[in-house]
Design a protein around this ligand. Structure first.
Ligand code: NAI
Ligand code: MG
Length: 495
């Protein structure tokens, strides 16, 4: 198919590319810009204002003013209206928002369209929660003499730092609880894919969110990101990204004892039992690792396969990997796009060398794709490594590429032990037709989410987050709102 790049260049031309502070798009104080690239072609697509510590200071000050300004007097119903209008605007502009993600980080358009329900659902779910936020009256030790109750109050100025792997949904995920609770925010989007966040900032203003409530400072992690994470007037940081950076966020938060929530990486096990529905498991576990070129925090990258079906499963999942259409995400038939940048491509290729050196074998894939239209993009073949043992680096470290590591097991107990032999605990999967096996494994896997006979689906209503090194706090679900609230206790003497 031919892709009309003029239409897409036109979309990018119309997008905001500067820093959003106090409701206005302004250049960086330094005057500097950086380029964002389309990983399918290697071409620069836009120059973005490069914010740093000085811009973060201005943005935090704007967020602080907004926190005590008219926004603090918005009723829950008014905040709810903002979120509902935001959702409607996302719906109206959904095709455009999909194209922006595709151009900026390579995800296939088919996958973006499949996320529509989730993107709108996130905004509307938090809209629904707004009017449910409340404290309580508490019985105490002095009935009739003392009255005690709690108030739920917004935590304050939130610093949000997002990764590049799912810009649309991960940005809505960070914005919606801020609006729902009456907080204000400074968002530092990932340098590899900043365009969607800036467009969403524009839509929030259109939805009636007052100036300064949501400020967006694109820039690099070690400058803008670090300044935001350590800022003494930021009350909470909500971070999604690598565990490496997550540790820096914890360190940076200590100056003013910020509240911190961390959604970090994983090396999630997907456990395939011999009694599974093989057709479903091949496609489900396959997409569980290859979707978005493996650039998903909860990707099921360790395939634990019961020994009686190990050879057959590896053969079939390898054939499945081979059948996937890799290409430019703008082509509606593309199933697997590029990885985000040259560094990520080198990282994936480097891990293949590590794995082969450790004794793994590639039953499919293992190489960069450079033929024809793919030649300037960062495409990597969906890859299955077999003969992996769980102590190998390719079984322990997050690759963030389309690479499955297949490990055999015999018993349920052994599967559970291997599944949990990792520093991470974000997700896990089980494929079986035996109900007892399903429940026993769901209980045994130490991870924030376990999928049974499906893999990777998220829902705004269902809490999501990590055990162990995969982070702390939950996003989605009613739990999420608590991370943006303080509880104030009021104790009143009567009479
Ligand atoms: P990263 O963790 O460095 O980047 C995530 C965000 O943190 C970006 O906005 C970045 O600018 C910001 N950041 C970086 N250093 C910072 C600092 N010192 N202080 C404050 N903010 C900072 O991840 P990166 O470099 O994009 O990807 C590297 C690896 O991280 C990937 O290969 C993957 O393994 C993992 N990763 C995991 C993600 C997940 O969803 N769990 C998302 C992105 C990356
Ligand atoms: Mg980009």
């Amino acid at each position: 198919m031919t892709i009309n790049m003029n239409v897409h260049a036109e979309i990018v031309r119309g997008l905001p590319k500067q820093i959003l502070i106090d409701g206005k798009f302004v250049p960086a104080l330094s005057g500097r810009t950086f380029q964002t690239f389309n990983p399918a072609t290697g071409e620069a697509i836009a120059d973005i204002a490069e914010g740093d510590a000085a811009d973060i200071d201005l943005a935090v000050a704007a967020a602080r003013r907004a926190f005590t300004g008219p926004w603090s007097r918005f009723t829950p119903f008014q905040r709810q209206q903002c979120l509902l209008r935001f959702a409607d605007l996302i719906e109206t502009h959904f095709d455009e928002l999909c194209v922006i993600d595709v151009l900026d980080m390579g995800v296939p358009i088919s996958m973006m369209r499949a996320r529509k329900q989730r993107a709108l659902g996130l905004a509307r779910f938090y809209a629904g929660l707004v009017t449910t936020i409340h404290g309580g009256t508490l019985p105490n030790s002095f009935p009739g003499e003392v009255f005690s109750y709690t108030l739920k109050e917004p935590v304050g100025v939130v610093g949000a730092i997002t990764p590049w792997n799912a810009p649309l949904t991960s940005t809505i995920w960070k914005m919606a609880p801020v609006i729902a609770t009456g907080c204000t925010m400074v968002l530092k989007p990932a340098e590899d894919a900043p365009l969607t966040a800036l467009r969403l900032g524009e839509l929030l203003l259109e939805a009636g969110v007052p100036e300064g409530v949501v400020n967006i400072v694109p820039g690099f992690g070690h400058t803008a990101g670090a300044a935001l994470a350590s800022h003494m007037d930021v009350d909470k940081v909500a971070f999604t990204g690598s565990d490496f950076t997550g540790r820096k966020i914890i360190e940076a938060s200590k100056g003013n004892i910020k509240r911190v929530t961390l959604e970090l990486g994983g090396k999630s096990p997907d456990v395939i039992f011999a009694d599974c529905d093989m057709d479903a498991a091949v496609a489900g576990a396959g997409m569980g690792v290859f979707a978005n070129s493996g650039q998903i925090c909860c990707a099921g990258t360790r395939l634990l396969v019961q020994r009686p079906i190990y050879d057959e499963f590896i053969e079939r999942v390898s054939a499945y990997a081979k059948s996937l259409k890799v290409g430019n995400g703008l082509d509606p038939e593309t199933q697997i796009g590029p990885v985000v940048n040259a560094k990520q491509l080198d990282r994936v290729a480097g891990y293949i060398d590590v794995g082969l050196g450790e004794g793994a074998q590639a039953t499919v894939g293992g190489k960069r794709l450079t033929e024809g239209a793919l030649k300037n993009g960062y495409f990597f073949e969906p890859t299955v490594l077999s003969c992996v043992t769980n102590d190998m680096r390719v079984a322990q470290e997050e690759i963030f590429g389309p690479v499955a590591a297949a490990i055999p097991f015999d018993t349920l107990e052994e599967a559970a032990a291997i599944a949990n032999d990792t520093v991470f605990g974000l997700g896990g999967g089980v494929w079986t037709t035996n109900v007892s096996t399903a429940h026993r494994m769901a209980k045994a896997i130490r991870a924030g989410t376990v999928w049974v006979n499906t893999y990777g689906g998220l829902d705004p209503v269902v809490p999501f987050g990590g055990y162990k090194t995969s982070g702390y706090g939950r996003e989605s679900g009613v739990e999420h709102i608590e991370a943006y609230l303080e509880t104030k206790s009021v104790i009143m003497k009567l009479g």
